[in-house]
Write a protein that binds this ligand. Structure first.
Ligand code: AMP
Ligand code: TRP
Length: 334
């Protein structure tokens, strides 16, 4: 870990609740690569958040290691940031408890994701689901994060973390840094290949809708070949052509080119050939990431050692914050 004196702090996490999509790659992990050079970064695998919905335990374990390997394969550098598993650092659950006492039931029950998940998992509306954003606030506040890079759907949760930080500070005295969300601007939202009006998601039940980082080349090409388009055969970015526009955005994100460059290179081409070109571009970018992820997963001991180094670093910072909090609320500490 580099000396991080004076650097601003970034915190983010992803739940190991399934395979990541190219949306997660373009909208989250890839952006973190540029941040890690400038900021003191903490990137976690949010396994405690993941169990708020029913998961198969063996799969959670597998997905946790796969996500760690993927972070690294994408270029997250453990020498520059703390990469760790949330449940390895007990201060998250401990601070969550204290923050629960400054969170109103009303505000927690008004969170959009809580309402949404309660509908989707109506047989399992557990306390953890309601407490989810409070645990997320604990994650963020433990490390004094200034910025929290997340997708637009998580903005409300970061705003709750701000409210809780301010409320705690005004009740007990200055303790927490008030964090700000960092939402990627434009183009960062990749849509489903089957329904371009919807976000591409890890949990889409339509098998052709999402391209996963774990998909092999043939699967990627097949999904792009079957992607929904339209019937007018012009390859241009336009609001009334959501399918083609989404494919063009994916192409730009993976090729690293501008929209007008992409449009120019596909001018006059048929949809079949265009979809093949987009698929090949994505497959070419993912191939080395996948190969690296496989190598890392084959070296379980090294992977465990990296996560242990991340845990130690996170443990140290989080303990410092937690002792301060315990002192402020009046816990006798000897
Ligand atoms: P989730 O898959 O909802 O757990 O999201 C993890 C992170 O990936 C969030 O910070 C989102 O910004 C990002 N993300 C998820 N899906 C997409 C998408 N379709 N396009 C762009 N970014 C996404
Ligand atoms: N809830 C976030 C998501 O689903 C993941 C997460 C957990 C997180 N703790 C966090 C993101 C802290 C940012 C900061 O995307």
């Amino acid at each position: 870990m580099e000396q991080a004196e004076g650097k601003k702090v970034i915190y983010s996490a992803i739940q190991p609740s399934g395979n990541l999509t190219i949306g997660n790659y373009v909208g989250a992990v890839r952006n973190w690569l540029t941040l890690q050079r400038e900021y003191e970064c903490y990137f976690a695998i949010a396994d405690m958040h993941a169990i708020t919905v029913k998961l198969v335990p063996a799969e959670l374990r597998r997905h946790t290691l796969e996500l760690a390997a993927l972070y690294l394969a994408c270029g997250i550098d453990p020498a520059q940031c703390a990469l760790y598993v949330q449940s390895h650092v007990p201060a998250h659950a401990e601070l969550c408890w204290v923050l629960n006492t400054v969170t109103y039931v009303g505000e927690a029950s008004r969170m959009t994701q809580f309402k949404d998940k309660s509908r989707r998992h109506s047989d399992n509306v557990n306390m953890g689901l309601m407490d989810y954003p409070v645990l997320m606030a604990a994650d963020i506040l433990l490390y004094g994060a200034n910025y929290v890079p997340v997708g637009a759907d998580q903005k409300q949760h970061v705003e709750l973390a701000r409210d809780l930080a301010e409320r705690f500070n005004s009740r007990y005295g200055e303790t927490f840094t008030v964090p700000e969300p960092l939402i990627p601007k434009g183009g960062a939202r990749i849509a489903s290949l089957q329904d371009p009006e919807r976000k591409m998601s890890k949990s889409d039940t339509n098998p052709g809708a999402s391209v996963f980082l774990s998909d092999d080349r043939d699967t990627i090409l097949r999904k792009f070949r079957r992607a929904v388009t339209d019937s007018d055969n012009r390859i241009v970015f336009s609001e009334d052509k959501p399918g083609i526009s989404n494919l063009l955005s994916i192409y730009c994100a993976f090729k690293g080119c501008t929209m007008s460059e992409a449009e120019a290179s596909f001018a006059g081409m048929g949809y079949g050939e265009f979809k093949l070109a987009v698929g090949e571009t994505v497959a070419d970018v993912l191939a080395p990431v996948q190969a690296r992820q496989r190598e890392l997963l084959a070296e379980k001991k090294e992977l465990a050692a990296l996560l242990e180094a991340g845990r130690e670093r996170a443990f140290y910072t989080s303990r410092k914050t937690l002792s301060k909090v315990y002192r402020k609320v009046g816990f006798y500490q000897g």
